[in-house]
Design a protein around this ligand. Structure first.
Ligand SMILES: Cc1ncc(COP(=O)(O)O)c(C=O)c1O
Length: 394
């Protein structure tokens, strides 16, 4: 407890309990004390934001188009997102069925605010992006994890989803491709999960933030395109990962108009409207050439090849990632839990990766690598690991 403000600490609500983020902080702080650490586990694309996006924002700013917007977003951007979703994923939303948020992160919170009453159960995969955990907990909901496994390439299995359903289940969240595993839930499994949602009368939340990043011919199927699913699905997405636009903070929720109408007031309460210059950026990203996305993807393909070959040579196994820019690696062959592995690797090789514990994985054997360093740096990280292996492995 902070000795300076004990009264204030006692006054804090249960909603702001401490979390595992402190472990991430511990690793980051240690990395900052070391020289030339290669960050191999990050989730922030290294590519620059596409040029035409930056130019569109510069023009908007110099013309003074920087006032508040409608809380749901600028009308042309809502339309552009609806068009983009139709063009890229075959989704059928009108502009009035899109609400623009401050990053996909805010879309996650908004979705949970919209759905979770105390005691409601929300099914999610493990491991996962744990902002869902915080959002659900803050609303006194109950997160029901469904473990995904290396032998299935960490894909979410419909039978496991169905087994997790109770009479308190309100929704299942499908994140495909997933963070931190890069697993794509294949179209057949999406169809099966949709069928389960219909049969048990539950809602689907489809987090498609990595859907533009697929490898080896993997296919993405958007839940809300399936029969009977548009009315029971909330689709969330954003520009951070696909368009290398993390710092611009633009995401969105797409859902039937009556649902979106109910989200406008809570969205206004959170931050009135998403940043206006950033909305101009997103408009350019959604309407302009998509060649930058393809170029970024080509880079990931090449890096993925290098990283997977290097991990193979070092004797690791992993679920072959079919999308996103992560590889979820089983480090048990080095004779220690994943948390220890991360600490030792940082000290001995100055390579930083993130343990599965930061992704709510109860199985302490896995760490997240990512493809967000140049090929040269990835090779160097692998060389350092090879060199440090005799000192680390037990
Ligand atoms: C699955 C998932 N959803 C949402 C987000 C939030 O993304 P944004 O940067 O758009 O807020 C992330 C970020 O890592 C993520 O991995």
């Amino acid at each position: 407890m902070d000795a300076q403000s004990p009264r204030l600490m006692q006054a804090l609500s249960n909603r702001v309990r401490p979390s595992d983020a402190s472990y991430r902080q511990k690793l980051v702080e240690r990395a900052a004390q070391l020289d030339d650490v290669i960050m191999m586990g990050l989730g922030d694309p290294d590519a620059p934001t596409p040029r035409h996006v930056v130019e569109a924002v510069a023009a908007a700013i110099s013309e003074g188009r920087v006032k508040y917007t409608h809380p749901a977003g600028m009308p042309p951007l809502r339309q552009a997102i609806a068009d983009y979703l139709a063009r890229v994923y075959g989704l059928d939303y009108a502009a009035s069925e899109v609400i623009v948020t401050a990053g996909t992160q805010e879309a996650v919170m908004l979705c949970m605010l919209a759905l979770v009453d105390p005691g409601d159960e929300i099914i999610l995969p493990a491991p996962r992006f744990t902002s869902y955990d915080t959002a659900i907990r803050m609303l006194d909901g109950v997160l029901v994890p469904v473990q995904t496994r290396e032998e299935d390439g960490f894909a979410l299995r419909p039978d496991a989803v169905e087994a997790a359903i109770t009479d308190r289940t309100k929704a299942v969240v499908v994140v495909t491709p997933n963070n931190p595993t890069g697993a794509v839930t294949p179209p057949d499994a999406i169809r099966a999960i949709a069928e389960i949602c219909r049969r048990h009368d539950i809602v689907a939340i489809s987090d498609e933030i990595y859907a533009a990043l697929l490898f080896d011919g993997a296919e993405h199927l958007s839940m809300a395109t399936l029969p009977g699913m548009r009315d029971r699905t909330i689709t969330i997405n954003g520009f951070s990962k696909s368009h290398a636009m993390t710092g611009w903070r633009i995401g969105y929720v797409a859902a039937p108009a009556q649902v979106i109408a109910r989200l406008i007031e809570p969205r206004h309460t959170l931050s009135i409207s998403a940043s206006t210059p950033s909305q101009h950026a997103a408009l350019a990203a959604a309407t302009g050439p998509q060649s930058a996305v393809d170029e970024i993807l080509d880079t990931y393909v090449a890096r993925r090849k290098v990283l997977l070959a290097g991990l193979d040579a070092l004797g690791f196994t992993y679920g072959t990632p079919a999308g996103a820019f992560y590889v979820y690696v089983n480090v048990s062959s080095w004779g220690m839990p994943a948390t220890r592995f991360c600490e030792r690797l940082l000290e001995e090789a100055r390579v930083m990766v993130q343990p599965g514990m930061l992704f709510a994985d109860p199985d302490d054997r896995y760490v997240r690598f990512s493809l967000l360093q140049t090929e040269e740096r990835i090779r160097e990280a692998l060389d350092r690991m090879r060199e440090a292996m005799p000192r680390i492995r037990v």
